[in-house]
Design a protein around this ligand. Structure first.
Ligand SMILES: [Ca+2]
Ligand SMILES: [Ca+2]
Ligand SMILES: [Ca+2]
Length: 405
């Protein structure tokens, strides 16, 4: 009898243990809650490259594997956690000047500040007279879609002289390409300059340029394309000799395929009445004039990216956001207060990556969606005043809609 009671007791402990376990065990995260997962429909070869690229994205570089001598961080993922938005803690700094006559500080290490260094080397400081801006990492999920929008489609959204008089102009960032960046088949050029689309000021052409530059400027890792280490031009310490590339082309290629084959953020609660109402308001007060709901891709060898519509809520253009967002820093043809319309997809998941708080806009200065809207000056000011005139409930609906993205 005593044994029987003990047995039942043990059993009930076991059972409750398993029930608790079920509760504690993390379920497989739903695809609409995460950003670092591959698209459906990759070929086995593409999937293999995705996995290799994923590994590379998470790789921490050391002095043995090519880090530095000066750098900003040691891995892609340290800034792009979960392929979501970055934290101000890992922001990087760019310096230059307030006019667009090229960057006058190139021989002093511009545009990017490498604020950390290996032992024996000196981190960079912003030179006297230079202006600067801080950038937090944008979401990397969905960049494969953004890369495939044709230049003609981007140009069609631009309205440099505000012909339709809505107070919104929107221009591409026309920038010169380094000789190792190959223009796409859809490229439109003007006076030797090309329409660029990546980065906070849209000054980078494609994911090849973005990846190669990130290895070099962010981590001090050389490649066939950028064979020289970043060095502190002002400190006078001897640079590490520029030997063989520290990252090979195969690895660069896998990293690019990884970025391209990432699933784009998926909207949640699309059928919720408040969300639907918020979306209508978002369109009617003019937010959608810049944060374009639907774009389409051109041809791609990655089937799920091939000629499809997608919903990033950006026009990939630069807009003058007024004194509110003037950092006195230029890049390519982007003026001091011009910024690329931030894609709003994934916005509702930002807090997951930013410590259950949000840090919005290029440098993370806005601590909520409302605050981000408050900073919309210049071309954004019409829709900002319309937002301010909405009722509390209407504002809430817009925020609920944005949090569903
Ligand atoms: Ca190096
Ligand atoms: Ca530098
Ligand atoms: Ca216009």
């Amino acid at each position: 009898m005593k044994h029987k009671i003990l047995f039942v007791l043990a059993l009930s402990v076991l059972v409750s243990y398993f029930i608790a376990c079920e509760k504690l065990m993390p379920k497989n995260p739903a695809a609409d809650q995460v950003m670092d997962i591959p698209l459906n429909g990759l070929t086995p070869a593409q999937y293999q490259l995705f996995i290799e690229g994923d590994h590379e994205f998470e790789q921490t570089y050391t002095s043995e594997t090519g880090l530095g001598p000066i750098f900003v961080s040691t891995s892609c993922i340290s800034c792009h956690s979960g392929d979501n938005k970055g934290h101000p803690f890992s922001a990087l700094t760019r310096f230059g000047q307030a006019d667009t006559n090229g960057n006058q500080f190139l021989d002093m290490g511009a545009p990017q500040l490498q604020n950390r260094a290996l032992p024996g080397y000196t981190p960079e400081l912003i030179p006297n007279g230079a202006t600067f801006s801080k950038f937090i990492a944008p979401i990397t999920a969905g960049v494969g879609f953004l890369e495939l929008v044709s230049d003609a489609d981007i140009l069609a959204l631009a309205d440099p002289n505000d012909a339709n008089s809505d107070g919104i102009s929107g221009v591409p960032n026309w920038n010169t390409l380094p000789n190792w960046v190959k223009p796409a088949s859809h490229a439109i050029s003007k006076n030797g300059k090309y329409i660029c689309r990546f980065g906070r000021k849209a000054s980078t052409y494609n994911l090849h340029q973005q990846t190669v530059s990130a290895f070099n400027n962010d981590m001090g890792v050389t490649s066939f394309f950028l064979p020289n280490n970043p060095t502190n031009h002002l400190a006078g310490t001897n640079p590490i000799p520029d030997g063989d590339p520290e990252v090979d082309n195969k690895t660069i290629n896998a990293t690019i395929i990884y970025l391209q084959a990432l699933q784009a953020p998926i909207q949640r609660n699309q059928q919720d009445e408040q969300v639907k109402k918020g979306k209508d308001l978002f369109v009617s007060i003019g937010c959608e004039s810049c944060h374009k709901q639907t774009l389409k891709t051109g041809p791609s060898a990655i089937a799920p990216l091939n000629q499809v519509e997608f919903h990033p809520y950006t026009d990939l253009l630069l807009h003058d956001m007024g004194p509110e967002l003037n950092d006195n820093y230029t890049e390519g043809s982007a003026l001091v207060s011009e910024w690329r319309t931030t894609p709003l997809w994934g916005l509702g998941l930002a807090a997951n990556a930013q410590g259950q708080k949000v840090y919005l806009l290029h440098d993370g200065r806005a601590r909520s969606i409302e605050e981000a809207i408050e900073y919309h000056g210049g071309e954004g000011s019409n829709s900002r005043s319309k937002f301010q005139q909405l009722s509390q409930l209407e504002k809430l609906a817009i925020i609920q809609f944005l949090n569903s993205l």
